[in-house]
Design a binder for this molecule. Sequence first.
Ligand SMILES: [Zn+2]
Length: 495
Amino acid sequence: MNTKIKEENLTTLIELWEKGERIVEEIYIACEICNKKYWINAWDFLWNYAYLYIYESYKPEATLSICYNDGSQMLYGKGIILMINKIFWDQWYDCEEARAFFIAHELMHVFLGHLNLPPYLSPTDLNIVADMTIHEILKIPECVLKRAKPVTAEEFFAQFGIKAKKGETFEYYLNLYMSIKKEFENIISSIEKYAKGEISQKEIERTIENSRFSKKIKEVFKEHAEKRKEQEELKDKIIDKIIDKIENDLEKRGEKLDKETRERLKRKLKNKFEPIPSDIHEKLAKSGGAGLEEALRKAGIHPGATISLIYYDWKEIFKNIIGYGIGHAERIRYTWLRPWKKTGVPPGIIPAPPPKVGIVFDVSGSMTEVADDIAAALRELFRQYQDMAEFWVVECDVKVQKGPYQITAGWTSFYTPATEGGTELNPGIRELNRYGPFDVFILATDGDVFEPLIERPITNVLVALYPPDYYVSLKKYYPDIYEIVVKTEMKIKVG
Ligand SMILES: [Zn+2]
């Protein structure tokens, strides 16, 4: 690939491998093992044909993934991208074989043509089947089997009592998988019909009996059908009672409920009742089978991850980091108590101060374009953590224009004077620091500052939010800052 990636378009959550981190060396070692164990010349392939991106995510499902990026309006150029979540990678520090296996797994997706799969199937469906196919070919190392449960075709279909033929093609497994998925959904919808009295008990039993599921799973379905029916009947009884009461009240006033109105009321009330959450998945899992994706989830993580469509949204990364900072603070505060002057609580009870998020917002011209997006994200976060965290804001250009103030329920957006040019962030940071320490400290700016940043935000997690078109990185002042470019999103398409 000779498409060059423009560095200013990258968020630094994602780091280029040329930066020579320790992880690159580890990847090299893993590739060497790949070569010996699986006859895959992984390093050569990666070096010549793929981009490698290392990022950090605390989401458990973020592992390794490979994809083809068509290059439209994005962080990356065109080409194959191997994405590695450093957090996940580091968890396997004691098993080089596992890392080699993960890389081999991802490259197998390329070699087996999984990046050109039919677009009408969901990413989950594709991933399940693609992974099963790969695990029939690659021998899964012991250390992986001990800690993770990769999806194998044999085990997967055995749960449903269906025999899979070993060594078949991807298409074969895909058809098999899609057919049991369809059957599963059909049975669930038949049970709903049965519960509503649209089909008879004989009919539902026959449907379940004729399915291809194992005997154990059929039993669970039958039991579930009866439960659902009972629920519906109970619902009817309750509704009848409510309507009786309404009729009585009306009668006292000399009025009467006509038949049509009664029926309409009954339907209306019935729709108001939420169906009781079904425990069928849990039951199925216990009986040895499970509802497809549910079965996979219950089986624990499986190496290799999402192929096909990956949606990467700045807001998601941003919220993730805030959530991480707040969650982290919650954990620390559990053991760290200090008196909080503001509350008049009974003696002996010492509430811990809530986690704090601070934001210095640069109101200079270049930020107007993203002000509303950032404000919207903050409003969402405020709603989400309303009772848990405080959000503090200071707005500045060449001097502090507004704040520090606390975001409240009525807060809408930043004050945006039409000032041109540069910014001074030091006073803003200094002012906000007086309300710290913060669990997350955000600098929303284009980074075009008059004075070098000498103030250090007092925080555990430092985040930069930049406008998309032009910004100057703050990394030189704060090497540990998480940099996020607002409005960037990428869709990585398969095939
Ligand atoms: Zn995979």
